[in-house]
Ligand binder design. Structure first.
Ligand SMILES: Nc1nc2c(ncn2[C@@H]2O[C@H](COP(=O)(O)OP(=O)(O)OP(=O)(O)O)[C@@H](O)[C@H]2O)c(=O)[nH]1
Ligand SMILES: [Mg+2]
Length: 512
């Protein structure tokens, strides 16, 4: 029989069009649908299935081992309508399904409605030594998480090992055609490159991916606040297989995204203005600022919530925090500090991102202590630490005392051993989730804060009582003696407060 191998399911004797076992995994499903769509020209499409099917076959298991699959086949075998009618009814069903799926593809993410585009990821591993801290597979995994955070559905990914980029298309021509096949087979709407491409390379890729496919630099902006990666958006192919519905969705999708971008831009701008104002106001009440930095998903927002009860967005998503948030932490001994949450760091921090998140970075450089929070339960914890350190180095903040804190101790396999290691290195272990080690954390912060303060001795007259309050709140008092016309204080205070106290400090000698 012609092309019998291609038309039969590998796992069962059913002809492919009737075997619903193949509808399990997404890539195959997409192919199956295309197959049905082009039913009158079955043979040609079936060949395509045979080819691409090989790539997605693994993991399906063998026929005997999978009873569910066999059952599904039996059910469909019972009906056996004439091929064409069968295809038609399936087609209708498929249309309905698709319409329903279209609705499903709008997801609420952080209170905003986002259309779930189908995305395909492309990465490049450089052969030269001493390249990235992260392996290509890790990098793609992270990119997948980023895409997921942005509300995309990743339908596939690929990567290539290269020693130099192809000046025309960045990746090699073989890879380009492989991706083109995948775009068609999987109905891909967005191709995301794990690197920054030149406008020329983008244009050439656009051509290579087919005339009706558009790759545009402007789309980079799509997810700018959430995604730091290079975006290239592929128009769904017009005509033929595209349903009117699908086209409309793309338009709606674009509109939503465009509105979102401008709204987010405005938001970001107003946040910056607000924070600038806030900062200058705060400087007159010199409560020390502690900045929380760390790789994305380290648990910074969770820790801030834990310590302050602030309702800061904590999510198992990358870049859950867009706007840095500052909260007041009151310690048991009455001392206060301001804790600032920052947006998570990430490897390959592109210039674009540095600019967009300058607000966060400004905050860090003005803090009294920097807390570097690490997800110690992450298999790539060390690489993440290195990536964060690299960014911190660029900020020129070496003079600010730093505290390293290992978080998610509850999530480690051998918490005892991890704690032992931490102790050796003078590192604090906590669980922001269950509150373990938070008291130790606060004490360590206090000790670090003291490092950043200056020792003073001052005589504060009774009519300047508010200054005494400030010293209590933000400083560390060693001696406080009430005299006839004022109070003698020996303490460590932050530099700005020491400056405010300067006139009173001069009076110390006179008063004694
Ligand atoms: N098991 C465990 N999970 C934690 C702990 N702290 C945080 N998490 C989880 O880790 C995930 C990320 O936490 P976030 O607080 O959003 O992380 P973040 O560092 O603010 O992330 P970005 O804002 O993206 O930089 C969430 O799912 C938290 O519930 C912890 O101590 N133990
Ligand atoms: Mg956060």
């Amino acid at each position: 029989a012609p092309s019998s191998a291609g038309t039969r399911c590998r796992r069962c004797p059913a002809p492919l069009l009737r075997c619903s076992t193949t509808r399990r995994r997404r890539p195959v499903r997409a192919l199956d649908e295309r197959l049905l769509e082009a039913a009158p020209a079955q043979d040609a499409e079936v060949t395509e299935f045979g080819e691409v099917g090989d790539d997605v076959e693994d993991g399906l298991g063998d026929a005997e081992g999978d009873e569910v699959g066999a059952q599904e086949v039996v059910v469909e075998e019972e009906e056996r309508p004439p091929a064409r009618a069968f295809v038609k009814s399936r087609r209708q069903r498929q249309e309905e399904e698709e319409a329903a799926a279209g609705q499903d593809r709008f997801k609420l993410i952080n209170g905003k409605e986002i259309f779930q585009e189908k995305a395909y990821l492309v990465g490049v591993e450089w052969k030269r030594a001493g390249g990235s801290l992260f392996g290509i597979e890790e990098s793609l995994k992270e990119l997948e998480q980023l895409a997921d955070t942005a509300g995309l559905v990743v339908v596939g990914s690929t990567y290539q090992k290269l020693s130099t980029p192809n000046p025309r298309t960045y990746i090699g021509s073989g890879k380009v055609s492989e991706i083109r096949t995948a775009i068609q087979a999987l109905d891909v709407e967005t191709v995301i490159f794990d690197d920054e491409l030149s406008p020329g390379q983008l244009r050439n890729l656009e051509k290579s991916f087919g005339g009706s496919v558009r790759v545009s630099l402007a789309q980079m902006e799509y997810q700018l606040p959430r995604l730091t990666k290079m975006w290239s958006h592929l128009e769904r192919q017009a005509g033929g297989q595209v349903k009117g519905m699908g086209e409309k969705q793309i338009e709606v999708d674009k509109r939503i995204l465009r509105t979102q971008i401008s709204a987010l831009k405005k938001e970001l701008e107003s946040v910056r203005k607000h924070r600038k104002l806030y900062r200058s106001r705060r400087q007159s009440v010199p409560i020390p600022v502690v900045s929380l930095v760390g790789y994305t998903n380290a648990g910074k927002s969770t820790l801030l919530n834990r310590l302050t009860g602030a309702d800061v967005l904590a999510e198992d998503k990358l870049f859950a925090t867009l706007d840095p948030t500052t909260r007041r932490v009151l310690m048991k001994n009455g001392t206060e500090f301001l804790l600032t949450d920052t947006v998570g760091f990430i490897q390959k921090l592109p210039t674009m991102l540095v600019a967009a998140f300058r607000a966060t970075l400004e905050e860090i450089s003005e803090s009294s202590v920097i807390v570097h929070l690490v997800d110690i339960s992450h298999p790539l914890a060390q690489q993440q630490i290195d990536a964060v350190d690299k960014v911190l180095k660029e900020l020129d903040i070496e003079s600010i005392p730093k505290l390293i804190v290992w978080n998610k101790i509850d999530n480690t396999d051998e918490p005892f051993r991890v704690r032992e290691e931490a102790e050796k290195q003078g590192i604090i272990c906590i669980s922001a989730m269950n509150g373990d080690g938070l008291e130790e954390f606060c004490n360590a912060i206090q000790a670090k804060l003291k490092d950043s303060m200056v020792p003073i001795e001052a005589f504060v007259p009774y009519d300047k009582g508010d200054l005494l309050n400030d010293i209590h709140k933000v400083g560390m008092v060693e001696i406080m003696e009430y005299k006839e016309n004022g109070t003698f204080v020996k303490a460590h205070v932050p530099l700005p407060l020491a400056r405010l106290l300067t006139p009173l400090r001069q009076q110390v000698v006179a008063a004694l």
